[in-house]
Design a protein. Structure first.
Length: 293
């Protein structure tokens, strides 16, 4: 395995415009983010076929983020997730199994404690093909928080009529309203005020016409941290991948730490396409001092 990694690593450094050694997060911070890996399959009849070298490239991108806790989307199964995590020393992976090819999960450093709390099936609205949320409790240092990983309904080219597009937006609005209800309920219960939602929301926060994120944008207790980040696909767009936090968790945000690991800035186009049609989005939080809830 070591020889394989050395060979693949040389291949990466030859092709990546700026091959860098990622820096680990300091002991007093935790970096939390989200990454839609675009149809990451297990190698058998994949919607988006990838070689082992391309899976190593995905792992390299994740390493570059310095993420301690990374929500992931569009992963087929545990075998698909292992195609990437096997190249990530010091990390473990978790994945839901909703009986579909696009599941959500988590890639997390070993020094972060993770307690799996289950899936949030309400997000499926009883419709096959929609993804449930994945709920975990994480702890690093003096910071513990409850987090949900999500992948909301898209409005895509497959929505070929106005009726289908309207339906997709209505579904997404209902999902966002459920996320607000869930976060409010966690905070109201009084046991945990540090609440974080990460994932592919399939909409941007500045949308004015046909906006679907309004329930969370108008929330008094939750705040989008990444809404101003530019899309890595188009400088005229802002990201649809988000980190949303409660007021309590917001007190731990390292100011100005929100960023996108823009693969298209350091990879050749075909390599960036092989990684994903999304880019990782991350934010750093302080783990120092007493827990504030």
């Amino acid at each position: 395995m070591k020889n394989i990694r050395l060979i693949a690593g040389a291949w990466l450094c030859t092709l990546i415009v700026a091959c860098q050694t990622p820096q680990g997060a300091p002991d007093t911070t935790v970096t939390i983010g989200t990454f839609n890996i675009e149809w990451l399959g297990d190698g058998a009849s994949d919607t988006k076929p990838r070689t082992d070298q391309e899976c190593l490239l995905i792992a390299d991108v994740i390493s570059r983020t310095g993420a301690d806790v990374l929500g992931v989307q569009e992963v087929e199964n545990d075998a698909a997730l292992r195609r990437v995590t096997r190249y990530l020393d010091g990390y473990k992976g978790y994945l839901t199994d909703a009986g579909i090819k696009q599941n959500v999960g988590l890639i997390v450093r070993n020094d972060v404690d993770v307690q799996q709390l289950g899936t949030y099936d309400a997000l499926t609205l009883g419709r096959r093909g929609l993804r449930p949320g994945y709920i975990v409790r994480c702890t690093k240092g003096s910071f513990d928080w409850v987090m949900m990983v999500v992948h909301l309904k898209s409005t895509s080219r497959h929505d070929s009529t106005n009726q289908l597009r309207d339906e997709s937006r209505q579904i997404r609005t209902e999902q966002v309203a459920l996320l607000k209800r869930w976060s409010d309920s966690v905070i109201a219960a009084g046991k945990e005020r540090d609440v974080i939602i990460v994932g592919d929301f399939n909409d941007f926060t500045s949308r004015r016409q046909n906006a679907t994120l309004t329930p969370l944008l108008e929330s008094q207790s939750m705040q989008f941290l990444t809404g101003a980040l530019k899309s890595c696909k188009n400088d005229n767009w802002t990201t649809i991948d988000h980190v949303v936090v409660s007021s309590s968790a917001h007190q731990r945000v390292m100011k100005g730490s929100e960023r996108m690991e823009n693969t298209r800035a350091f990879l050749q186009p075909q390599m960036a396409d092989a990684v994903s049609d999304h880019c990782p989005v991350i934010v750093r939080f302080s783990t120092a001092g007493p827990d504030n809830d």
